[in-house]
Design a protein. Structure first.
Length: 336
């Protein structure tokens, strides 16, 4: 009976077989396509917006000392690597000539002082005429000038000795040997207070708005690539740095860890990394899975065993991940 039915209705059987074959083929094709494509399961994560700024190690307290005049270097009291205290004398020029000149100015002062006293004595108990008054005024002017000469020469004696205005380490000595004639440019002494070392970051005008005093940073110096040094922004310049091609501002980032070993030397370069924004428990997918068609973003999503286009909306993008605001749910499977 079944055979007779199949003979009379053979075309119905053929259609059923073809439909089943098509379904089987499409199912296998979909599975094969899914296997070739890389799948990703939509999940929630914590994303962080980061900012990296280059810079170098600098110091707040550093100074270069030099004499005001040329002369014979009579004494050098420091060498490179020495630690000096604030107001400590470090070198001096030969003071014999300036002291002799000071003595001469003091003698001139005494002479003009006596001349003034004598002029006053001469007109004592007399009616002061205009001529007498001019003589007295002239003597007074001579005395005033003599006092100024003494003060200037006293300063010359004082300036012949270099005194450090800060405490710190002597990092450079231009003329280490006494007994030679030097100019101000030749006898330079550079001192740095290593306790004021900081990281000077050059922030572009578009980046500086994301920084503020007290913001924490992770500093990585090129000589120590595997070490992360904690830091904190202490100040941000209000005016741009001079000599830069673009508009950049200095952000002073102080090391928050103890730097007693003084490993961070002036001029060392590196990067300061900041976290500018934290997004917790947000739905994310890799940016590479997002496609665009007719101005709309979509992903290839698995639905009921089929791969379909799913329109989505995205928010912030951090590195290679995008925040999905609508169109997907946690656990959805998408393909690239």
């Amino acid at each position: 009976m079944i055979k007779k039915f199949l003979k009379k209705r053979w075309y119905i059987v053929a259609v059923i077989i073809l439909v089943l074959a098509g379904v089987f083929y499409n199912t296998n094709a979909t599975k094969e396509k899914q296997q070739k494509q890389k799948a990703y399961t939509v999940k929630r994560q914590t994303l962080k917006n980061s900012l990296s700024i280059s810079g170098e190690v600098n110091a707040d307290q550093k100074t270069v000392l030099r004499f005001q005049t040329s002369g014979r270097l009579s004494w050098v009291g420091v060498k490179e690597g020495d630690y000096v205290k604030k107001y400590q004398a470090i070198a001096s020029l030969d003071q014999r000539d300036v002291k002799k000149e000071l003595q001469k100015q003091l003698n001139d002062f005494m002479k003009t002082r006596w001349d003034l006293d004598q002029s006053r004595e001469d007109v004592k108990d007399k009616a002061i005429t205009d001529k007498m008054q001019r003589i007295l005024d002239k003597a007074q002017f001579d005395l005033n000038n003599s006092i100024i000469d003494v003060e200037l020469q006293s300063l010359a004696v004082e300036y012949s000795t270099l005194i450090s205005p800060i405490e710190g380490v002597v990092v450079r000595v231009g003329s280490p040997y006494a007994g030679v004639n030097v100019t101000p440019a030749q006898a330079e002494f550079e001192i740095v207070n290593l306790n004021t070392v900081y990281f000077s970051a050059s922030a572009d005008q578009t980046d500086v708005v994301n920084l503020s005093d007290g913001k924490q940073a992770d500093i990585t110096l090129d000589p120590y690539p595997d070490e992360v040094i904690p830091g904190e922004v202490k100040s941000i310049a209000f005016t741009p740095k001079a000599g830069e091609t673009g508009t950049v501002y200095e952000a002073k980032i102080y090391f928050t860890q103890n730097n007693n070993d003084y490993r961070y030397r002036l001029g060392m370069t590196g990067d300061a990394n900041f976290v500018t924004k934290v997004m917790t428990d947000v739905l994310t997918i890799p940016v590479s899975y997002i496609k665009t068609e007719n101005g709309k973003k979509y992903v290839s999503k698995s639905k009921n065993g089929q791969i379909v286009k799913q329109t989505i909306e995205v928010g912030d993008t951090v590195d290679s991940s995008a925040v999905v605001t609508s169109g997907l749910s946690e656990g959805d499977i998408i393909y690239d």
